[in-house]
Ligand binder design. Sequence first.
Ligand SMILES: [Zn+2]
Length: 139
Amino acid sequence: MEKETKAQKKEIKVGSDVKSKCGACKELCTHIVVSMNEKKVPLQVRCYKCGRSHLYRPETKARTAGSKKKNPDAEEWLRLSQKWDESKAGGYSMTNEYKNGSLINHKKFGIGIVRQNLGAGRMRVLFEDGLKLMCCAEG
Ligand SMILES: [Zn+2]
């Protein structure tokens, strides 16, 4: 016999309402799911309040409350993410040239910002996970 879990999650699908942080409204508000990935996690959402489409940003209270060790990179990322316009982020390709401050929408790591182009086809990109060394075209 199967036991039904009480906290059964409501299935989210495209068109569902989800709570997401909105960069324009600067608060957690209701968004409609525009697209999602194969893990049933929303990717793009649109804000009911301001009508802007952006990447899904779930509530991250636990993280900012310092649950584990403090990650200065994550804090920096969070601070910068308030200002940037995600719609300007291009997909990542190691054959592209990137400048300091370029936004990248990485399939796995999400939105990142080029902190330092080291030359010779290498650059440091700040993602929510932290700084990563990535390849790019030589400028
Ligand atoms: Zn909004």
